[in-house]
Design a protein around this ligand. Sequence first.
Ligand SMILES: C[S@@+](CC[C@H](N)C(=O)[O-])C[C@H]1O[C@@H](n2cnc3c(N)ncnc32)[C@H](O)[C@@H]1O
Length: 503
Amino acid sequence: MVEASGMMFTNTTNLIPAFTPTTFHRTYLGLSQPTLSRRHHIHFSVSATQSQTSAALVETIPWGCENDSLENSSSLQTWLSDSGLPFQKMAIDKVDVGERGLVALKNIRKGEKLLFVPPSLVITPDSEWSCPEAGEVLKRNSVPDWPLLATYLISEASLMKSSRWCSYISALPRQPYSLLYWSQAELDRYLEASLIRERAIERTNNVIGTYNDLRLRIFSKYPDFFPEEVFNIDSFKWSFGILFSRMVRLPSMDGKVALVPWADMLNHSCDVETFLDYDKVSKGIVFTTDRPYQPGEQVFISYGKKSNGELLLSYGFVPKEGTNPCDSVELSLSLNKSDESYEEKLELLKKYGLSGSQCFPVRITGWPLELMAYAYLAVSPSSMRGKFEEMAAAASNETTSNKDLRYPEIEEQALQFILDSCESRITKYNKFLQVSGSLDLDVTSPKQLNRRLFLKQLAVDLCTSERRILFRAQYILRRKVRDMRTGELRALKIFNGFRNLFK
Ligand SMILES: C[S@@+](CC[C@H](N)C(=O)[O-])C[C@H]1O[C@@H](n2cnc3c(N)ncnc32)[C@H](O)[C@@H]1O
């Protein structure tokens, strides 16, 4: 997508949730039951006493630790060193940004390669399962990478000390800070004004759908490997939360997805551009610093060129207002159903993979040409029917020519159309930000109060940053519309002057 400013709107990230779940091959339905081995350490069955035992066992599964706690960090560091992680110039510590993070122990130069996590310490879809039969079942059924890794994490967590990843899993956050952990009521209450709410609902539904699919087609058929006490929607929310907030794509390994213990203790900064990758020379996962660090300073990487909304969605934090140069806000435009060419326009949009209501990212620096093309299509009269297709194609970015799409006869209307949409969104943000102070009156416990204050602060930060971008767009649009109107007025005056002259 190209922005109005001409900049490419690409995502060069690698700490990256880009999740397209639920649809994996369903060919396994006809497969015969594999020979079940009882090597899986937790045996669940239906008898009352056994189910009590299994419930007790489930309770002992560590599912990580408190998000801000260093309780399991030293055993993680010891296990990593024992397992081949070379000496590091950083250590896990409490930090101001991100609660726990990696802090420089020595001077680190700009351009230095750090980490060197060997492939044997990286979790990928090819990693060996401590319960190989469970892995076999998933692979035989062509379960894609995301659900495969989510199931792998749960399986390894349930095996506790019998899993080689025990120290890693024990140091993971027990409740990752992603929007997956916000209830529907919390999303409605705090994110009503932001379109990120819809993305969060969609994502949660995808996770639930993926889990239900796995349960129906695989887990219920192999209860010895995937007992429901362990493999349930709660554990899937946890494992997907971990994947959304910690998984990386490694560009030098053809975009392979991976969890990289130790490297996933690095927090994000909008001021750095460096990211994790596999280094073919040192044969490890590294990153190259793009600034120097002094002992005691927290070291950062970039999770990619993400908006504040996307960072909240996957990682559960919002950078300080105005600090994220990649910030953007989604603006939704819709065709007018009473437009006499509505059906025709809708068909063309569908042909190019769009719909009658479409979101486009607006940045502080401008908006994409696709948004302008969509606005042209929405306001164009039937007399411009011949141009509809090129407008729809341009709105979808599926056009090779005419990058500078312009229809002077409807430009003012198109700009006014975008301005109206922008202003109606600003009204929603204003309303939320005005009432946000009184949102927490009905809390019943200090714990609940803390959570509410925390979520509300995140929502206020997000809405303030999104509204700021819309204010800027509103200012530019108003000025453009005003200039066009005064230009038209001047032209009309000159025209009338000439007419009077020739009378
Ligand atoms: C890959 S982990 C980084 C390590 C993490 N801090 C930990 O203690 O496990 C990503 C998580 O770190 C936190 N985080 C990362 N960057 C942050 C930032 N700039 N501000 C606030 N929290 C951040 C968020 O909770 C995010 O979900």
